[in-house]
Design a protein around this ligand. Structure first.
Ligand code: NAG
Ligand code: NAG
Ligand code: NAG
Ligand code: NAG
Length: 357
């Protein structure tokens, strides 16, 4: 077992705090409105949540009566960027959660308390693997729903498709992005689906093995044509099976990832950005963007219109702690509300499985 000293001391993530200020621009999507209930929201039933309305930029469109809502919205976003100084960028992020994975099914099967305190720390049981879980057939179907929805909007509303695609390196998100965007009949002149695999868009790093990614060679072997960002390590150096990233630590890395998406290399004039990620990570991104809490069901996608403003001044360095999590060493005596380890197995803070994979 190898755990770096810095991880044990809780300094596993130390990043430059952003000098970029993010705002969710409201008034465009139903998901921004407090009256919209996330638990019953179906993005495919309501045009991704795009509100039917006019925009200030409509009057400059020659035939605006015959243009679709999505065409006029795209035109408005372009106008925001044209009218903004260099330090301000508007982008529409399409944040997609992966479809149902084997770990999601196993959590349901064992119940959340027992899952958290024991089963999730194993790589799987004798019939199912949930280390870096893959999609279940139901999860694949959810990704195909997203695929069909994009295709419908391209055809019916001439919707502009993403200019940039990012995806978390975990298997379930790679598969979801592939099933969603591969094989779409994209509008003429749009960016091809050529995703970049980005470490910092991975799920919150708990001691669960579903948050432990495969090595880079493996990822490259399953999607050989996809770009992996530079600096991506062969082994997963962030997961250690002992300490877990806190929400504060996760927000620091989400901030760093967003900074790269908004002002990094090749971010200019890329106003629609797709990010295929996870429920915990999308919640973190939404916190950083100042968006209200909006939980996504597996396979769901939320668009967010974001204004990012780069502020002058020196970046400060933030360092945030990770916390150790206890778990049982044998299967717990489960109760509905809490996990109870058998008396022979006091909670320990060492990993149940080998960390190298
Ligand atoms: C927008 O209007 C169309 C009909 O013109 C309607 O079918 C659709 O549900 C409306 N969408 C929203 C998000 O209000
Ligand atoms: C392993 O977990 C899955 C839940 O994902 C369950 O359906 C299956 O029955 C379990 N296998 C054994 C041998 O307990
Ligand atoms: C990617 O998606 C296509 C369908 O568009 C599918 O045939 C293929 O098996 C998928 N690749 C992987 C590695 O999952
Ligand atoms: C990467 O992981 C795969 C299986 O997960 C393993 O077979 C392979 O040896 C590993 N490669 C390296 C370079 O560690």
């Amino acid at each position: 077992m190898k755990i770096s000293l810095s991880a044990l001391l809780g300094l596993a993530i130390s990043a430059h705090a952003s000098t970029i200020e993010y705002t969710t621009v409201t008034g465009y999507f139903l998901q921004d409105e407090t009256v919209t209930d996330p638990s019953t929201f179906d993005y495919t039933a309501v045009n991704f949540g795009l509100i039917n309305r006019t925009y200030p930029a409509d009057k400059e469109l020659k035939h605006h009566q015959s243009t679709t809502q999505w065409e006029r919205f795209y035109n408005q976003v372009q106008k925001f960027n044209e009218d903004s100084p260099k330090n301000i960028e508007y982008k529409v992020l399409f944040l997609g959660r992966h479809g149902n994975g084997w770990h999601n099914s196993a959590e349901t099967y064992y119940g959340t308390p027992a899952w958290n305190c024991y089963w999730a720390e194993l790589n799987g049981n004798s019939t199912v693997t949930w280390f870096d879980a893959a999609l279940t057939p139901a999860g694949e179907a959810q990704a195909l729903v997203a695929h069909d929805f994009w295709q419908k909007l391209i055809e019916e509303q001439k919707m502009h498709t993403p200019d940039n695609y990012f995806v978390s390196p975990l298997t379930r998100t790679l598969q979801t992005a592939n099933l969603t965007f591969n094989g779409l009949d994209l509008p003429h002149g749009s960016a091809a689906f050529a995703p970049v695999i980005k470490e910092l868009f991975r799920e919150g790093i708990s001691i669960h093995t579903c948050d432990h990614r495969h090595n880079k060679s493996y990822i490259h072997s399953i999607f050989p044509h996809w770009a992996i960002e530079s600096g991506f390590s062969e082994e997963d150096n962030l997961w250690n099976g002992v300490t877990a990233e806190t929400s504060a630590a996760q927000d620091v890395r989400s901030t760093q990832a967003l900074g790269e998406v908004f002002f990094g290399e090749s971010s200019k004039k890329k106003s629609y950005v797709s990010v295929t990620s996870h429920s915990g990570e999308i919640s973190s991104i939404l916190r950083v963007l100042g968006h209200r809490t909006f939980s996504l069901s597996t396979g769901a996608v939320i668009p967010v219109l974001v204004k990012a403003e780069k502020k002058e001044g020196k970046a400060t360095t933030t360092s945030v702690s990770w916390t150790a999590s206890a778990h049982c060493t044998v299967a717990p005596i489960t109760s509905v509300t809490a996990c109870v380890c058998p008396s022979s197995a006091a909670p320990v803070t060492t990993p149940l499985v080998a960390t190298g994979y």
